[in-house]
Design a protein around this ligand. Sequence first.
Ligand SMILES: Cc1cc2nc3c(=O)[nH]c(=O)nc-3n(C[C@H](O)[C@H](O)[C@H](O)COP(=O)(O)O)c2cc1C
Length: 181
Amino acid sequence: MKNILLGVTGSIAAYKACELVSIFRKKGMSVRCALSGDAEKFVTALTFETLTGKKAAKDLFALPDTRSPEHISLAEEADIVLIAPATADIIGKIASGICDDVLTCAVCASSSPVVIAPAMNDNMYRNPVLGDKIQYLRSKGYHFVDPVEGNLACGRKGIGHLAPLEEIVKKTEEVLAATCS
Ligand SMILES: Cc1cc2nc3c(=O)[nH]c(=O)nc-3n(C[C@H](O)[C@H](O)[C@H](O)COP(=O)(O)O)c2cc1C
């Protein structure tokens, strides 16, 4: 059984991560969730724990169940890390090597492939600083599922809407198939 570490961040699209958990579980995959610092402002850990049947990681300094710190065991268990939705903030942090919550630490500690599905306001997505970070991460082997045009939290339509879940699932399966044989 493949283990997915699903990173959820503080985007208005965070509720869609719940559906992603269900899709992966129906496909027979094991899913654990790690929440970024602000993810719970949108969806609670309880929801992810109920959907996955596993503890959701949200506090870097919580006492771990095992000898290993939680972000290290999460990183070691995962065959793949998927961050969906991924905020501008988390993308910038990963690209800069910042490790200030359980999710960024797990990503940094993981030697498995990482798939990132950004979701944000259109101007945030077009920001050249973020563009450079995304390009940099691509050059380091991180995989992206690009956002699409759609309704944004600000009320207008534009680029930055989370990619359709089927595309995110397809990309995750492709990357898994290419890297875990
Ligand atoms: C209502 C609301 C919706 C937001 N949606 C997004 C979003 O879709 N994408 C994004 O990059 N930031 C969004 N933000 C800003 C992030 O929540 C903020 O940058 C946060 O610190 C991200 O933290 P995290 O990456 O640790 O989850 C939103 C903020 C608010 C108040």
